[in-house]
Design a protein around this ligand. Structure first.
Ligand code: HC0
Ligand code: SF4
Length: 582
């Protein structure tokens, strides 16, 4: 252990620790814009881009960036001298002067990390008018992500998360003597004038880059306006579906401690906003289990296309399409619960209600930016409309509630509408990594063995490990399963499978760390602690529900009886399944 003194406080810390980490250990706050503890594992200290975290190494009389500088024994650090404060102020001024300060039109609404620091350093009145808006620099070529290079402060967090967490490597520094842009690589070769756009890349629209961006350079492409227009249109019947992860995160936007469950207020606030009906994606999560469970049993019996991969996370689908197209037939053919809901809304529900599907505007509230992309995929519609007309992220939903001045916390809780709002604990846990697998096992084991499960919890597939594996006896077969979250983990597992180093029957993949609760549309700032709290909340929701197995959902049973027929039947194939081909 090494001992260093920071601002008069002694800290013992292992060799290799950075000054910043030692300071954090001592409870000393050093500001930074490029460091992010969740995407800078201790062994990878290679940034130091923003220089805001400068501290004074007293013995050597020099200033060093604390996020990259390792501690040495008996080092004495001053992190708050006048000289340091002045240096940080000068750096911040220069960042602000090169940033398009356009807070009134920014989705970060003056609460970004840059403006928070500017306030702290009393720089809010700095003249920042020299950067003028150039509309043609904005990249809205993707479905879910908006990239505004004029707001970029070159911190590099997006570059790192895209590379380290997602192994997608879509964003890179473009060097012209120094890194002066963060853009998709090889931009000059593709389009010298306008740079390469996200749509020209293998970007999976996961939005993890948004969750770490300290400013508004990366944001979701908002669907708020189109939803408001539909609500105001008297001819439109506007319905919402709420994803499993929303109820455990929306409260954070209204001051509720992470891990709080706000199902009732979530429904009530959507009603207040003017939605005619509020249904639940958890209902179609249960339906997915019925279809996917039977598909799995069928594949095992036939020995075909194993392992079977879950297909509900659209970033993952896009990842396979770009990187492993030969394996597309290993994906489950089930549409995601979002799209199963959309298909049922414009067929079953429209028929039941006697409404022309053209007059149904179907909105999903999702923790995910890639869901916008999924909803717009050509195979996800019928006639000339899409099954899901708009996708609001948790943040967009919160903004709409705030703009409408709805007192979220004090709303009387309301329940989801029926019949597309009845769900089980199995549907609820979809939002956490391992949840789809656990929900599937709860059903598959009972359907295959015909015996009731003693315990409902499959602990082996829970938790935050990047790759989780389990072998579970199901009837006569030892079923080998794996669960991964984050595309870097997915790639690792995929390579193992491809090289014959691992075999599984069934693999759950979620694009984002922690699963959907860690999606790119979730409340900011994104931290691991929040993700853990949301996961715990999801399992609480499950525990408190009276029915916890998808095949026992009475509304799902009724849907099969009344409309669909049997799982994997003709109607299911037509509405609930799709095919991904090269
Ligand atoms: Fe998810 Fe889903 S669990 S992908 O993470 O399957 O976004 O929450 O809504 O569709 O149900 C996201 C979350 C969903 C879907 C469900 C699945
Ligand atoms: Fe990379 Fe995901 Fe951002 Fe695309 S959306 S640039 S894949 S982090």
């Amino acid at each position: 252990m090494l001992t260093i003194t920071i601002d008069g406080k002694q800290v013992s810390t292992p060799k290799g620790t950075t000054i910043l980490e030692a300071a954090q250990k001592a409870g000393i706050d050093i500001p930074t814009l490029c460091h992010h503890k969740d995407i800078f594992p201790p062994e990878v200290h290679k940034n130091g881009a923003c220089r805001i975290c400068m501290v004074e190494d007293v013995a050597n009389d020099k200033m060093v960036p604390s996020c990259v500088h390792p501690v040495s024994d008996k080092m004495v650090i001053n992190s708050s001298s006048r000289k340091i404060k002045q240096a940080r102020k000068v750096i911040l001024e220069s960042i602000l002067e090169n940033h398009l300060v356009d807070c009134d039109n920014c989705l970060r609404e003056k609460k970004c990390e840059l403006m928070t620091l500017a306030e702290k350093f009393e720089l809010n009145d700095l003249d920042t008018t020299s950067v003028k808006r150039q509309e043609d620099t904005i990249d809205i070529s993707g479905e879910g992500i908006k990239r505004d290079p004029q707001k970029c402060i070159l911190c590099g967090r997006c570059v790192r998360v895209c590379s380290e967490t997602q192994s997608t490597d879509i964003l890179s520094y473009q060097y012209e003597g120094y890194p002066d842009q963060v853009i998709p690589p090889f931009s000059d070769e593709v389009s010298p004038q306008y740079h390469r756009q996200l749509k020209d890349t293998a970007c999976v629209e996961c939005g993890q880059c948004i969750t770490v961006c300290p400013v508004g350079a990366l944001t979701e492409k908002s669907h708020e306006e189109r939803v408001l227009e539909a609500i105001q249109d008297p001819n439109m019947h506007v319905i919402a579906q709420t994803a499993p992860a929303i109820r455990v995160s929306i409260g954070e936007e209204f001051g509720i401690t992470p891990g709080g469950v706000s199902t009732g207020q979530m429904v009530a606030s959507l009603k207040e906003l003017g939605f005619d009906k509020v249904f639940d994606t958890n209902f179609t999560a249960d339906l997915t289990i019925m279809e996917e469970g039977h598909e799995f049993i069928d594949r095992v019996n036939k020995g075909e296309n194993l392992p079977m991969f879950t297909s509900c996370s659209p970033g993952w689908i896009k990842f396979v399409e770009h990187n492993y197209p030969k394996y597309l037939n290993h994906l489950s053919t089930c549409k995601s619960p979002q799209q199963m809901f959309g298909a049922l809304a414009k067929t079953f529900y429209a028929e039941k209600m006697g409404i022309d599907p053209k007059n149904i505007f179907s909105v999903s509230v999702m923790p995910c930016t890639a869901k916008k992309y999924e909803a717009n995929r050509p195979e996800m519609g019928r006639a000339d409309t899409q099954d899901v007309d708009a996708v609001l992220t948790t943040r967009e939903f919160a903004r709409m509630v705030k703009k409408a001045k709805i007192d979220f916390e004090n709303l009387d809780p309301q329940e989801h509408d029926n019949p597309l709002g009845i769900s089980t604990g199995a549907g609820a846990i979809f939002g956490a990594t391992g949840g789809v697998m656990e929900a599937a096992l709860r059903t598959a084991v009972e359907v295959i063995t015909g015996e009731e499960l003693g315990r409902l919890e499959f602990e082996q597939v829970r938790g935050y490990d990047g790759i989780k594996e389990a072998t579970l006896p199901v009837g006569e077969l030892d079923v080998k399963v794996a669960v991964v979250h984050g595309l870097t983990n997915a790639r690792k597992l995929f390579e193992m499978i491809k090289n014959g180093d691992a075999f599984y029957h069934f693999v759950e993949v979620m694009t984002c760390p922690g699963g959907c609760i860690g999606g790119g549309g979730q409340p900011l700032p994104a931290t691991k602690e929040k993700r853990h709290a949301r996961i715990n909340a999801i399992y609480e929701v499950d525990k408190n529900l009276p029915i916890r197995k998808s095949h026992e959902n009475p509304a799902v049973k009724q849907l099969y009886k009344e409309f669909l027929g049997d799982p994997l039947g003709h109607k299911s194939h037509e509405l609930l399944h799709t095919e991904y081909t090269q």
